[in-house]
Write a protein that binds this ligand. Structure first.
Ligand SMILES: [Zn+2]
Length: 88
């Protein structure tokens, strides 16, 4: 369990609160169908969540790169955002 422990300094107290009470998850960004970036409002940790593979991984630079505008996995974003949006 060394995930992101060395990355985020200064959040240690909050992080231990999360360890006791659990993280306060929010969806930060919908990446594409079945994938989203999840964050904790308390300790500010970030994860990548993927339904199909049931992945829940610490968000790192690699993810940021892949899902950044122009990244290889970025193209699905618009489709998801447009889903359920009936305007136009
Ligand atoms: Zn947390």
């Amino acid at each position: 369990m060394t995930q992101a422990a060395t990355k985020t300094r200064g959040g240690m107290l909050k992080r231990s609160i999360c360890a006791v009470f659990g993280h306060r998850y929010i969806i930060e960004r919908v990446l594409n169908r079945g994938a989203r970036k999840v964050g904790c409002t308390r300790c500010l940790a970030k994860w990548a969540m993927h339904d199909e593979t049931r992945s829940f991984l610490p968000w790192d630079e690699e993810f940021e790169e892949m899902y950044a505008t122009g990244g290889i996995l970025a193209e699905g974003v618009d489709a998801v955002m447009a889903k359920g949006d009936t305007q136009c």
